[in-house]
Write a protein that binds this ligand. Structure first.
Ligand code: TXA
Ligand code: MG
Length: 322
């Protein structure tokens, strides 16, 4: 059988894994990423292989600072302003790629654009400074499974055959993947909602638009099954069925469920976002539960970002049958 990959905290060991062209799972403030040298097609191919990811789905490139990213993407005035305001942080910008960016073709899946981000997690910041090359890093889950927000989630997904190490930086503070904004066209477009909401962006960008959820061409990674647990998930919680679990929010919990995991008993959306994927990991046990019912969240930006993930998760799951 395959051996589990070591969970480590030593930055030099982590850097060595990346320098020799192996894959390292690492913490970011959003979710754990499955990282490798973004310049090397063979390394990037290992990422796709480990994730079982369709190869048309491009990856985000991470670096320590804007200086490093200017060599990869063409920044316009809007990109400069957003970088200044939100980086390091949970924002990814899609920009035209620089000629001679030196990025492996597989990273961008042959698109003329590149997705860039500076993660805020201090361990990963320190690691990026140590290695001095950019990292391609999708979320560290097999394609079609829930994003990991702890080192243990990652360890449950992969063996040492595919992932050489997991850098443990504790639970992710944000807990939802970064907001993605596409600045490569005429009008800035949000491709994926996240902690940085449309209101935050509108302060700098009155023109920003939101992509439709089924706009699969420009945001290939927004496929419904990317967020789906194996246990069928439904939006709503009326008429619980046998062995159904509840993903709850707030102090008032309906009765009749086999198990309840509360995203935030005090009704705090930020806490709910941070807990979302850990809660889904905990409830994704087909041998125990027939289904997952969900309570609704406030209609704030972040509440909607959480709903966006739940809607995608529910899409393929359907509801449980008794
Ligand atoms: O928070 C995050 O963004 C995490 C951490 C690890 O940084 N990463 C992450 O990566 O969520 P991933 O691969 O699971 O999602 C990347 C998204 C996908 O939806 C992909 O389609 C989109 O970014 N993307 C990447 N490059 C793109 C491009 N050039 N144009 C449009 N979308 C792009
Ligand atoms: Mg992902």
């Amino acid at each position: 059988m395959s051996t589990p990959e070591p969970i480590i905290t030593d930055l030099e060991k982590a850097a060595a894994i990346l320098r020799r062209g192996d894959l390292l799972a690492l913490p970011t403030e959003t979710v754990y990423g499955l990282a490798g040298d973004a310049r090397d097609d063979r390394v990037v191919a290992k990422i796709y292989a480990a994730k079982g990811r369709p190869s048309f789905n491009p990856l985000i490139v991470h670096a320590a600072d804007t200086h490093a990213l200017r060599r990869l993407g063409v920044f316009n005035a809007v990109a400069d302003a957003l970088a200044k305001k939100f980086w390091p942080g949970p924002l990814t910008m899609v920009l035209p790629m620089q000629p001679n960016a030196g990025i492996a073709r597989l990273v961008t899946a042959n698109l003329p654009t590149i997705a860039l981000r500076i993660p805020a997690h201090p361990m990963t910041q320190a690691l990026l400074r140590r290695i001095d090359f950019p990292l391609a890093a999708p979320s560290a889950n097999p394609s079609g499974r829930i994003s990991p927000t702890t080192a243990q989630h990652v360890a449950n997904y992969f063996s040492a055959d595919s992932v050489a190490g997991i850098l443990d930086g504790g639970p992710c503070a944000v807990g939802l993947e970064s907001t993605i904004i596409d600045l490569s066209g005429d009008v800035p477009r949000i491709l994926r909602p996240g902690r940085i909401g449309i209101a935050d962006l509108r302060a700098l960008l009155p023109m920003v638009s939101t992509a439709q959820p089924d706009d699969a061409v420009t945001a290939p990674g927004m496929l419904a099954q990317h967020y789906a647990p194996r246990v069928p998930l439904r939006l709503g919680y009326d008429n619980p069925c046998t062995n159904e679990a509840l993903l709850a929010f707030g102090p008032d919990i309906p009765h009749g469920f086999k198990a309840v995991v509360n995203l935030s008993t005090r009704g705090d959306v930020i806490e709910a976002a941070a807990n979302l994927y850990a809660a889904l990991h905990a409830l994704d046990q087909p041998e125990k539960y027939n289904g997952i019912a969900t309570m609704s969240l406030p209609e704030t930006d972040l509440g909607q970002a959480i709903h966006d993930r739940l809607r995608r998760a529910a899409h393929t799951g359907g509801s449980c049958k008794t």
